[in-house]
Design a protein around this ligand. Structure first.
Ligand code: HEC
Length: 160
């Protein structure tokens, strides 16, 4: 009985020492959460998603894309330029031409009336229209950004 107690004690001591030793060798990081890094990772993720979406296009659509195309919208005003730049973030879900994406449940928005688009985005920002999926992408847009986006989108020919 005594030997059993001593043996158990020794085992416990051994395990404790080993655990402590291991614990000491675990990597310790004092790195703080970095918004810049998180955003970088997010951007990389979005890029990856966009590339995947492009890869999944049916062969016919890819052939179509090979043709040299006239620009979708002539960016001849600062507003259209700004709208086009802002829209890059939306392409993952709504597609290059705002044609929408079934896999994302995202509707066609290219060629819609700008007043309608503006109203919808503002309603989503205010929470009147709930769209959890899209909110992170529109949360930081100013009312001017929303206007620029809406005007740009409305210039895309419907059905393209
Ligand atoms: C994560 C995917 C995603 C991203 C990114 C995204 N959207 Fe959407 N968007 C959706 C979905 C899903 C809906 C449909 C929601 C619903 O049915 O209410 C939608 C709906 C909309 C609508 C309403 C369309 C209509 O017919 O009522 C507008 C306008 C819109 N998005 C604009 C944008 C703009 C502008 C951006 C970029 C700043 C953007 N979206 C980015 C997923 C996305």
């Amino acid at each position: 009985m005594n030997r059993l107690v001593v043996f158990s004690f020794l085992m416990v001591a051994l395990v404790t020492v080993l655990t402590l030793k291991n614990y000491k060798s675990l990597p310790i990081s004092n790195e703080k959460f970095s918004m810049a890094k998180a955003e970088e990772a997010h951007a990389a993720h979005i890029k990856e998603l966009a590339e995947l979406a492009l890869m999944q296009k049916p062969a016919v659509a890819v052939v179509e894309d090979d043709k040299p195309e006239a620009p979708l919208v002539v960016l001849d005003t600062p507003q259209l330029q700004s709208g086009s730049d802002l829209y890059k973030k939306c392409i993952v879900c709504h597609g290059k031409r705002g044609e929408g994406k079934k896999s994302q449940n995202a509707p066609r928005i290219g060629g819609q009336f700008s007043s309608y688009l503006e109203e919808q985005i503002l309603a989503m920002q205010s929470g009147k229209r709930i769209n959890q999926k899209m909110l992170p992408y529109i949360k930081k847009l100013s009312s001017q950004d929303v206007k620029d986006l809406s005007v740009y989108l409305s210039k895309i020919p419907w059905g393209k």
